[in-house]
Design a binder for this molecule. Structure first.
Ligand code: SAH
Ligand code: SF4
Ligand code: F3S
Length: 462
């Protein structure tokens, strides 16, 4: 089959890591001659980039695949690819379950899509799930946004949280070199991108596998070093990073975020539970006291910083009192956002086979209660924005109201206001906030006479 004039569609499940992988795989397909199609029911090549963090995420892809395998009966040339974390977890077993699949590829193989697809095009059914050293990405990704971009800095995870499949499916940590990261960001700046988000499962563990790494005599083997090293790239206005692990979060890193004006004052640091015994059973490697000290230190340097997190409820053996401690932590800290989840037993993880599992009823009840508290807390946190002028980097049109554009504050609050997207896309503008909801704001752009607010950007951040 000649890829020219053939169409492809990618559906992405899961985290930012998967989104970044999908953008790179899209870039590879376009380089091969495939063209993007919005319609998964007519495209000639379908790629599902899958997630297995919870059972629900995994089951979703099987229901999507059902439609495609039926379609393949009438259209044998249809190419079906399962990539990502379910592909890695299930491997060859998937071929027995879904023989219509042409290619099964784990996340470490994303950059090898062209090679793998060539094998498919010559008639093979291919499974690529063996651990490999991830090759430097040389393809231009097909990025979803023209303003903000993901930049992978560390792949994999060396932790062993007892509930989590990620180390099984993403492999061991592998940091990209500082030079490769800097040159990717410079290229992004050249193409007009304004904001980058450095990505890693545990981004603050960056560089542990690059011992003694130096560039021009400077030490460059921590996230802090990396931030200083990339900060001066002209054209990039904002730098974010995610996800941070409390175990590796240092005061040196906090100081760097405070000192470096482009680094946004937003920290995503999952705590998972507010109870020390549960944290221990999870093998998280910190206590809730240590977590609180991290947030205190952030707020000493940056009183207005946004703090978000992830939390799990209904972990095996969690008592009502232990759950209350998680609620208490949320109340005490006052998070801007918390992603919550009911514990889901995952294959080949220690906690899945413990005999103190909680019932679905208890888990769902706790999930509802925590979610209620999370939105209450977020509404309270949002109020601090009211009547304030915030600098908003404009990203897109508001799909629900074409007179409005949307962007984000430095603290990562989604903000809507009236404006012309063609004139504003990629610009950072002062917006007076007039309405504050739990997870978004509405404002009015103000004319920046004499560049008053543009100077605010430097002064508030330093
Ligand atoms: N590396 C990051 C998080 C990666 S996974 C960290 O350590 O913080 C993203 C989130 O999914 C986790 O923070 C956790 O809250 C949730 N999660 C992971 N495994 C889960 C499971 N088995 N059940 C429910 N939620 C889970
Ligand atoms: Fe999973 Fe823990 Fe690694 Fe995060 S640190 S990806 S929760 S094993
Ligand atoms: Fe899901 Fe894999 Fe990310 S399991 S959360 S897509 S690392």
């Amino acid at each position: 089959m000649n890829p020219e004039h053939r169409s492809y569609h990618i559906t992405t499940f899961g985290c930012q890591m998967n989104k970044a992988d999908s953008e790179r795989m899209g870039g590879i397909l376009e380089k091969m001659g495939f063209q993007w199609s919005d319609d998964p029911l007519t495209a000639d090549l379908i790629l599902y980039n899958t997630c297995t963090i919870r059972d629900l995420a995994e089951q979703k892809v099987y229901s999507y695949l059902g439609k495609q395998t039926r379609r393949k009966k009438d259209n044998p040339d249809l190419i079906l690819i399962m990539a990502g974390c379910v592909a890695q977890q299930e491997g060859e077993a998937l071929l027995r379950r879904i023989p219509e699949l042409d290619l099964i590829m784990g996340p470490q193989h994303a950059n090898r899509l062209e090679d793998l697809l060539q094998q498919v095009l010559t008639g093979s059914q291919v499974v690529a799930t063996e651990p490999v050293h991830i090759i430097e990405d040389i393809t231009k990704p097909r990025r979803d946004s023209s303003v903000t971009a993901w930049v992978n800095v560390i792949y994999g995870c060396n932790e062993r949280c007892t509930y989590c499949v990620v180390p099984n499916v993403r492999g061991i940590e592998q940091s990209r070199t500082p030079e490769a990261i800097r040159s990717e960001i410079k290229e992004l700046a050249r193409q007009g991108y304004k904001e980058i988000t450095l990505l890693g499962q545990n981004i603050d563990a960056y560089g542990r596998d690059l011992p003694g790494s130096t560039v021009e005599g400077r030490h460059l083997n921590t996230l802090t070093d990396l931030l200083y090293y990339i900060h001066d790239i002209e054209g990039i206005d904002r730098i974010r990073f995610a996800t941070s692990h409390p175990r590796y979060f240092t005061e040196r890193l906090i100081k760097a975020c405070h000192e470096l004006p482009k680094v946004c004052e937003h920290f995503h640091i999952p705590f998972q539970s507010g109870d020390n015994d549960i944290l221990k059973a999870m093998s998280r490697g910190y206590t809730h006291e240590k977590y609180r000290r991290i947030v205190d230190t952030i707020r000493q340097y940056m009183p207005d910083a946004s703090i978000s997190a992830d939390a799990i409820v209904g972990f095996p053996g969690e008592t009502e009192e232990q759950f209350d401690k998680t609620l208490q932590l949320i109340t005490d800290i006052g998070f801007d956002m918390v992603n919550t989840a009911a514990y889901s037993p995952r294959p080949n993880t220690p906690a899945a086979v413990w005999n103190n599992q909680l019932s679905e009823e208890v888990k769902i009840d706790r999930l509802q209660r925590i979610n209620h508290l999370v939105s209450q807390t977020a509404i309270e946190r949002s109020q601090r924005y009211l009547d304030r002028v915030e600098l908003v980097l404009v990203e897109e049109l508001n799909a629900k109201n074409p007179n409005q554009v949307l962007g984000r504050t430095g603290g990562n609050r989604l903000t809507f206001f009236d404006g012309d997207i063609e004139a504003l896309r990629g610009k950072t503008v002062p917006v007076k906030i007039v309405a504050a909801r739990a997870f978004s704001l509405t404002g009015e752009m103000i004319q920046d006479k004499g560049g008053l607010y543009q100077t605010m950007k430097e002064t508030t951040a330093s």
